[in-house]
Design a protein around this ligand. Structure first.
Ligand code: NAP
Length: 337
C-alpha cells in the first residue's frame, strides 16, 4: 500500500468516481470529500475514508485536509446555472487555502482545453481561472486540460449518445464541425494516476488529448457506425449558440441545465497545442474508434460504477426521458438509496 494520503474531491461525479476505483485498485490511501457522504459510503472499498465537506465551506475543509499528501480537485459548479463562475472561483480559493494551511505537497486538477488567446466561453474561461486560483495559494499544482472525455457516463459522451440514439435525422449547428481532440476515460485516468507520482517542485500544466483530431460530427458518425444506426445530418449555418442550446434542451431534456453551459464552449477548438504530456508521461492515448468501442463494450459495467448524473446536484430526473442508459442510471440510483 502507498502510505501517502490522497484527498479526492468530486468522487460522486463521473471522473472522480472512476478515479476512486482506480486509486483503490492501486492500493492507495484515499479520503473522499463529499457533500453527501451517506451516498458515497456504500460505494467505497474497505479502508477508504469518506468525510463530509463542501469546497465552498472553509470550516468543513480543515479537518478533511489533516494528514493529506496530495489533493485532487474534480469539482465544478455548473449545476448552479449562470452563477457557476463566481462559485467556482470561491471554491478553488477555499480549497487551495485549506491545502496550504495543512501543508499539502501538491494539488492535482483536471480542467478544460481551449486557447487563452481567444475570447473563451464562460465555461472554458472559468475552468482556466480555477487553475489560476488554485496556483495562487502557493501549493504546487499539476493541471491537466482535456477536451471531451469519451466514456460511458461522461456528460459530453452521453450528450452525443442521446442525440445520435434519438434523432434519425438532425439539423446540426455549425459547431458540429468544430475540431476537438477527444480522449478516452481510461487515458485520462492513466494521466491522473501518473500525475500523483510525477516529481513536481513547481506548477505544471499539461494539455492532454486522444490520438485523433475530429469534429463533433465525426464523433457522432463514428458512434452511429458502431451502433449500426443510419443517421442524416443537415448543417444549418444560422443556428446560434443560444438557439442551439434551446434545441439541445428540447432533444435531451435531462442534460439541459448543464448541457446549455457546455454547448456555448463547443464553438471553440479544443485541441492539444503543446504535446509535452507525451514526453513526460508513459500514456499513449487511443483514438476515437477504440475509445467509443470501449465505452460501448463496457457501458453496463461502467454505468454501474459512475456517471455524471450521480453527482447529486446534477440529478434532475425527468420521467418523460426514454433513453435506455440514463433510465438505467436513474433507476439504479433510486434502488440503491
Ligand atoms: N466530463 C468531461 O467530458 C470533462 C472533460 C474535460 C474536463 N473535465 C473536468 O473534470 C472535472 C470533473 O468533471 P466531471 O465530468 O467528473 O463532473 P461531474 O460528474 O458533474 O461531478 C462534479 C463533482 O463535483 C462535486 N461538487 C460540486 N460542487 C461541490 C462542492 N461545493 N463541494 C464538494 N463537491 C462538489 C459533485 O458532488 P455532488 O455529488 O455533491 O454534486 C460531483 O462529485 C471538472 O473539472 C471538469 O471540468 C470533464
Amino acid at each position: 500500500m502507498n502510505e501517502r494520503l490522497v484527498l479526492l474531491s468530486g468522487a460522486t461525479g463521473y471522473i472522480g468516481g472512476r478515479l476512486l476505483k482506480a486509486l483503490e485498485a492501486q492500493g492507495r490511501r484515499v479520503r473522499c470529500l463529499a457533500r453527501h457522504p451517506e451516498f458515497l459510503c456504500r460505494r467505497v472499498a474497505a479502508g477508504t475514508e469518506v468525510v463530509a465537506g463542501d469546497v465552498t465551506d472553509a470550516a468543513s475543509l480543515a479537518p478533511a485536509f489533516r494528514g493529506v499528501d496530495t489533493a485532487v480537485y474534480l469539482v465544478h459548479s455548473m449545476q448552479h446555472g449562470s452563477a457557476f463562475a463566481g462559485r467556482d472561483r470561491e471554491a478553488a480559493r477555499c480549497f487551495s487555502a485549506a491545502a496550504r494551511a495543512a501543508g499539502v505537497r501538491r494539488l492535482l486538477y483536471l480542467g478544460g482545453l481551449g486557447d487563452d488567446r481567444q475570447v473563451l466561453s464562460d465555461h472554458l474561461r472559468s475552468r482556466h481561472e480555477v487553475g489560476e486560483v488554485l496556483r495562487a495559494a502557493g501549493v504546487p499544482v499539476l493541471e491537466f486540460r482535456a477536451s471531451i472525455i469519451l466514456g460511458s457516463g461522461s456528460l459530453s459522451f452521453e450528450l452525443i449518445r442521446a442525440l445520435v440514439e434519438r434523432l434519425p435525422a438532425m439539423i446540426t449547428p455549425r459547431w458540429v464541425e468544430v475540431i476537438a481532440q477527444p480522449i478516452a476515460i481510461e487515458d485520462v485516468l492513466a494521466y491522473l494516476l501518473a500525475g500523483l507520482d510525477l516529481p513536481l517542485p513547481e506548477h505544471r500544466l499539461f494539455e492532454i488529448g486522444g490520438a485523433d483530431r475530429v469534429s463533433y460530427g465525426d464523433i457522432m458518425r463514428e458512434y452511429a457506425r458502431q451502433r449500426g444506426l443510419k443517421r442524416l445530418m443537415l448543417p444549418v449555418p444560422v443556428l446560434t449558440p443560444k438557439l442551439s442550446s434551446l434545441w439541445l434542451g428540447l432533444v435531451t431534456p435531462v442534460y439541459a441545465p448543464v448541457g446549455r453551459i457546455l454547448v456555448d464552449s463547443l464553438r471553440h477548438e479544443t485541441v492539444v497545442r503543446d504535446p509535452a504530456a507525451l514526453d513526460v508521461f508513459p500514456v499513449r492515448p487511443r483514438g476515437i474508434r477504440e475509445a467509443i468501442a470501449a465505452a460501448l463494450r463496457n457501458e453496463d459495467h461502467e454505468f454501474a460504477q459512475t456517471r455524471w448524473s450521480d453527482a447529486l446536484s446534477a440529478v434532475r430526473p425527468r420521467r418523460d426521458w426514454g433513453e435506455r442508459a440514463l433510465a438505467t442510471a436513474w433507476w439504479t440510483r433510486e434502488l440503491c438509496r
